[in-house]
Write a protein that binds this ligand. Structure first.
Ligand code: FE2
Length: 376
């Protein structure tokens, strides 16, 4: 294992030219928004809060907005095949289309990023309805993924124009998800540095930590990863690319089935991972499981932690420690038909890393799943 190189340095006021306030929402383009909303509500405990569709005058797409803690997800599906959403779904299947940021000034965000090389997709636009004016714009990120800038300072509607408040059907039982900790993008071999530079130059992000293939390789699933974070440190985007291995990298499997770069996983933060994972398991959410030998070595590897080792073992939660503290994490299996997007649940106790010490055990378990799919 190579030693982690800490490359964090303070970002100057000028370098953080974009001044992103926070994530606003993540929009998934899916085959069936109605059923996807049911999944996020009943499996993951999100509350549906807004709807857009035929009943609200939207004749092209159907969307549900769901919230838990500070996380806001939108699921959108097409009514007709001859639409951007329909064409996207045919190629990519279900996945993340939009990562949206809250900004104070949409025009400035669009100008700052496009003048530094971003491809503009939607010029700064004001959309009005009886609830006020919403300002937004968007630029292209990796693959067909989009970054949207949103200023909802003068908007009091349910979400965006054409959306209306939506009452949940059935009980909403949150599982303790607080916010998005990080979102990981998979890009093609040789493209990681391109996108690392893009986030630095175009978005003013800085590089947080660097793993190379010696850090995170097993016999097969080698990958390289660099982590970019914004000026406030609230938004963290690791970027992965496949590395040479004996057999097919897990990143290649993703690229083959998503048909291009895209979001690999969304890590959701919780303050009570034992409760969160127990609730998710009870609702049938499937998680990757590492071999039991992992837990035999765990107390020696991570030292004293607040949680009960037996409970951690029972739920299949992973633990890692770095010089700042420790973290607990667990990864779901893919959450749609294709082996593409999955969800991570994470609880941090000081550690700011991403679970490097778990990569080997985790990837071995991931490879077992890949082999079952005939993709190794
Ligand atoms: Fe992660």
């Amino acid at each position: 294992m190579t030693v982690l190189q800490e490359t964090t340095r303070p970002i100057t006021q000028e370098a953080d030219f974009l001044k992103l306030k926070d994530l606003d929402h993540v929009e998934f383009w899916v085959g069936n928004a109605y059923q996807a909303a049911y999944f996020w509500q009943h499996a993951f405990g999100f509350r549906p809060v807004a709807y857009s569709g035929l009943e609200t005058g939207n004749r092209s797409t159907c969307s549900f907005v769901l919230e838990q803690g500070k996380a806001r997800f939108v699921v959108t599906s097409p009514y007709h095949p001859d639409s951007e959403v329909g064409a996207h779904h045919l190629v990519h299947g279900d996945g993340v289309k939009v990562i949206a940021f809250q900004v104070a000034d949409v025009e400035q965000a669009f100008e700052a990023t496009t003048s530094r090389g971003a491809q503009g997709l939607l010029q700064p636009t004001e959309t009005r309805d009886e609830f006020g004016v919403l300002r937004h714009a968007s630029i292209a990120a990796y693959g067909d993924t989009v970054h949207r800038f949103i200023d909802r300072g003068d908007y009091a509607g349910a979400f965006l124009p054409t959306y209306r408040p939506h009452q949940p059907l059935g009980e909403v039982k949150p599982v303790g998800l607080a916010h998005i900790d990080h979102m990981v993008g998979n890009v093609q071999l040789g493209k990681m540095n391109h996108w690392v530079n893009w986030y630095h130059q175009v978005m003013g992000f800085r590089q947080l930590k660097h793993f190379d293939d010696k850090d995170i390789s097993t016999e097969y699933s080698a990958l390289m990863s660099k982590v970019m974070e914004n000026g406030t440190g609230r938004i963290k985007f690791p970027i992965n690319e496949p590395a040479e291995g004996l057999r097919k990298s897990q990143i290649e499997e993703y690229l083959d089935f998503y048909h291009g770069p895209g979001v690999q996983h969304i890590a959701m933060s919780t303050g009570d991972i034992l409760g969160t994972v127990a609730a998710l398991r009870a609702r049938g959410v499937g998680f990757l499981r590492v071999p039991d030998t992992y837990y035999d070595m765990l107390p020696d590897r991570v030292g004293k932690i607040d949680e009960d080792f037996n409970a951690i073992r029972e739920l299949g939660i992973l633990v890692d420690r770095d010089d700042e503290g420790y973290l607990l994490q667990i990864f779901t299996k893919p959450i749609q038909d294709r082996p593409t997007l999955f969800i991570e649940i994470i609880e941090r106790h000081g550690a700011r890393g991403f679970g490097k010490g778990n990569f080997k055990a985790l990837f071995e378990s991931l490879e077992a799943e890949q082999a079952k799919r005939g993709n190794l």
